[in-house]
Ligand binder design. Structure first.
Ligand SMILES: [Cu+2]
Length: 343
């Protein structure tokens, strides 16, 4: 039994590793901040490091908080009310993101007086500031992250929050297997920012039903997590979690909801020099090191232990589509982005 898994692991090693991934980096008003490589990266980041490119499974999983084994980052990135934060994702081989169906959501939580570098986020009070699901013309916004390096989706930071340090919890829920219980793939990631003063002195943190913890914010049977209709034509995806916060008090658009509902803005990212930020196209397993093979074995050992977490056929299909894309070259500094609905 175990031998069978290992053989399969070696046969499909590209697929498994390429089909998942992690937050590659962010742009805040065009300034680039690289994310740590999940296979281990030294250095100081504003993005909390995860130690596994596989999806988090199950809404009660403690890793729903900030991703697999997330550790506090040493730095915080400066940001302002109304800043545009754009997120770019990489697959497990540091190629472009591959999943194209599901939700892209962004939350924030105050880090409190100790600052984000010391903040234990287990009980962080997260409120939702952005969500992107299905496009009016069909398909999902998540697809806009795929196919090329450095494609982004972005969110506009609220203008009505107290100054201070915040976690931004950005999350992809890949739904290609989400029509079955436990099929949804969660990819949470946390970024540490220092938000400058509000435009109004009465700014308060959201509370009550606007805030959730992770785990706790979702259940496995929520619409949008267990959802047989994700591929139905004309279907409107229902987002899990709390509703978007109402930031209309200081919004430029007094009606609130319409102001950032413009799905095609462009931001010019100016990447800083960083080796970890520059994804490099890679070949398949054959050219990979022993380290990569060890990684695959480790992944499969886990699958063996926990039972299959993924539908291998569905993943093979996705990977077949993804492999040609991995040959494309990094295209810094162009970042294309779409602004998340809400705020
Ligand atoms: Cu995946």
């Amino acid at each position: 039994m175990f031998t069978r898994y290992v053989l399969l692991a070696l046969a499909t090693c590209t697929s498994l590793v390429a089909a998942h991934g992690a937050l590659g980096g962010i742009f805040i008003d065009g300034v680039y901040y690289p994310g740590p490589n999940p296979s281990g990266d030294s250095g100081e980041f504003v993005i909390r490091a995860v130690n596994d490119i596989n999806p988090v499974k199950g809404t009660d999983n403690p890793d729903m908080n900030c991703g697999h084994g997330a550790t506090k980052a040493a730095r915080v990135a400066p940001a302002n009310p109304g800043s545009e934060v754009a997120f770019t994702w990489l697959n497990g081989e540091r190629g472009p993101w591959v999943h194209n169906t599901g939700a892209v959501m962004t939350y924030m939580a105050a880090c409190g007086s100790e600052g984000c570098a010391n903040f234990d986020s287990a009980n962080a009070q997260f409120f939702k500031i952005g969500e992107l699901g299905r496009k009016p013309e069909g398909g999902y916004y998540m697809a806009d992250l795929t196919g090329e390096f450095n494609k982004t989706l972005s969110v506009t930071l609220p203008k009505n929050l107290p100054a201070g340090q915040y976690l931004i919890r950005h999350e992809l829920i890949a739904m290609q297997l989400g029509m079955s219980p436990g099929g949804a793939e969660f990819y949470p990631a946390c970024v540490q920012i220092d938000l400058s003063g509000p435009e109004v002195s009465s700014a308060e943190l959201p509370k009550g039903s606007d805030v959730v913890t992770f785990p706790g914010g979702y259940s496995d049977t929520d619409p949008g997590i267990l959802d047989p209709h994700v591929y139905d034509p004309g279907y409107e995806y229902v987002f899990p979690g709390p509703k978007l916060i109402n930031d209309s008090a200081t919004s430029e658009n007094p009606s609130g909801s319409g102001s950032t509902d413009t799905p095609a803005s462009t931001s010019n990212g100016t990447p800083t020099s960083s080796t970890s930020a520059t994804p490099s196209p890679t070949g398949g397993c054959n050219q990979k090191s022993k380290k990569a093979k060890r990684e695959v074995k480790r992944v499969y050992k886990r699958i063996f232990r926990q039972g299959p977490l993924i539908n291998k056929k569905a993943h093979k299909r996705e990977v077949a589509k993804a492999i040609p894309q991995q040959r494309s070259q990094p295209e810094f500094p162009v970042a294309r982005s779409r602004v998340m609905r809400g705020i």
